[in-house]
Design a protein around this ligand. Structure first.
Ligand SMILES: [Zn+2]
Length: 221
């Protein structure tokens, strides 16, 4: 079975229909169905290097189809004193770059959380000359931001809320859908996105399967 929902925090009703996102940590047992594992920028602690070691060990598992979610988030720095924000963002970049290096080394894509740090993300993709796919999840930005990310080689994943104009700017082979934290079923989100692309859900599901095989299974179709 090919998962059509590439990012959720809940185990799907039907195993294998979604990529479940898990937080890296000691003692984490992977499910037998597809999953991604990473350190979310909201949850970085002093133990992140140990978590990365766990992640590196798990990365050989076939059901771990991606690393993440990981990424950059400037909005969450607002709770800090202004004098602390620079160092906190530098740490986010350091942890994200550790994911980038592991992704390139193990040949698995990244599922990325990015809030108000798109320029930095694009700069990092270029600096690392990343060859693995970077899937920016829960994309709600506008058409211009979408264009900048696509130009840098990123894929975009759309969930419950998004800007239809940005969605329509994405080439068919760079597109995914996800439920993330939504209570809507994946089929409803898929149908909504398909409608905004002028496709039937069946046609769109076909495209999503092809994209999944290309990006997560490295089967060039
Ligand atoms: Zn998420």
């Amino acid at each position: 079975m090919i998962p059509l929902d590439i990012h959720t925090h809940r185990l799907p009703d039907e195993p294998g229909t979604a990529v479940v996102s898990l937080e890296a940590g000691e003692g984490l047992a992977l499910p037998s169905s597809p999953c991604s594992v990473g350190i979310h920028p909201w949850h970085i602690t002093g133990g992140w290097q140990t978590q990365m070691e766990t992640l590196a060990r798990l990365a050989a598992s076939p059901q771990m189809v991606a690393l993440g979610e990981c990424g950059l988030d400037k909005a969450c720095l607002k709770t800090l004193l202004p004098t602390e924000r620079g160092a906190a963002f530098a740490l986010q970049e350091e942890v994200f770059e550790a994911h980038v290096r592991l992704s390139e080394a193990c040949g698995k894509p990244l599922i990325i959380h990015c809030v108000r740090a798109y320029n930095e993300l694009v700069a990092l993709r270029r600096r690392h000359r990343a060859r693995q796919a970077w899937v920016v999840h829960g994309f709600r930005g506008n058409r211009q931001v979408a264009a900048a990310l696509l130009d840098a080689g990123c894929h975009l994943s759309f969930g419950e809320r998004y800007q239809a104009e940005a969605l329509r700017a994405v080439p068919a082979d760079r597109l995914f859908v996800e439920t993330d934290e939504s209570l809507q079923p994946a089929s409803a989100i898929l149908a909504g996105v398909a409608h905004d692309r002028g496709l039937t859900p069946e046609e769109f599901a076909q495209q999503l399967q092809t994209n999944y095989k290309n990006v997560f299974l490295h089967e060039n179709t």
